[in-house]
Write a protein that binds this ligand. Sequence first.
Ligand SMILES: Nc1ncnc2c1ncn2[C@@H]1O[C@H](COP(=O)(O)OP(=O)(O)OP(=O)(O)O)[C@@H](O)[C@H]1O
Ligand SMILES: Cc1cn([C@H]2C[C@H](O)[C@@H](COP(=O)(O)O)O2)c(=O)[nH]c1=O
Length: 210
Amino acid sequence: MSKSLFITFEGPEGAGKTTILKKIVERFQEQGIDILATREPGGSYIAEQIRQVILNPAHTEMDARTEALLYAAARSQHFAEKIEPALAEGKIVLCDRFIDSSLAYQGVGRSLGINEVYDINVFAIGNKMPDCTILFDLEPEVGLARIHAHSEREINRLDVESLAFHHSVREAYLQLANKYSERIQIVDANRPIEVVVEDVWRILQTSIAK
Ligand SMILES: Nc1ncnc2c1ncn2[C@@H]1O[C@H](COP(=O)(O)OP(=O)(O)OP(=O)(O)O)[C@@H](O)[C@H]1O
Ligand SMILES: Cc1cn([C@H]2C[C@H](O)[C@@H](COP(=O)(O)O)O2)c(=O)[nH]c1=O
């Protein structure tokens, strides 16, 4: 059985995580490597239902703690149902957002505290952290302009938060990258897509070779 690897992509809105993830999946597939590509919130039937509740722009009354618990609940289900079994089979798992999103958006963006949000996630998934996280770093203004320029991307309840909120999320990610420097690699996402893909692919090859 091959060695499992749990990779996550993180970063602010419109940083290119989903776009680059698709290209990285193609590269793994070209090499005949079976990988699970998934996303949060979502990735399983129940977690996708929770996603609809969390991200619905009409749910303006949602309390910050409720939001944090819903993300953790979706993660618990997704992790138990999809991620953990794939890792147990020795697969590479590539997940578009995971626990660092909760630490940045709910812990700092919503001011609930990184440690407090970490603790509810430990209840949800135990101590399991990704093996390797790519942080797509970008000015929030640039990312938000990208998503508003593309009409097929629906605008969710978090997208419409203030610019100050999105700046606090970006700063939180950079703080997390400093705290977990062994795990989190920062990639400058304000470059052409193919250049970013090459950077990410190189980092992942190094991580696989370890
Ligand atoms: N490096 C890039 N340069 C210019 N445009 C990009 C780049 N990367 C992605 N885009 C475009 O920006 C938009 C958002 O990209 P994408 O959906 O991949 O971002 P994301 O990080 O997954 O966003 P979110 O987390 O908000 O869903 C897409 O239209 C995509 O084509
Ligand atoms: C996992 C997770 C996500 N979020 C936020 C980040 C985004 O604003 C949305 C997800 O939208 P995307 O288009 O799929 O990126 O949810 C969060 O606040 N906390 C989390 O744990």
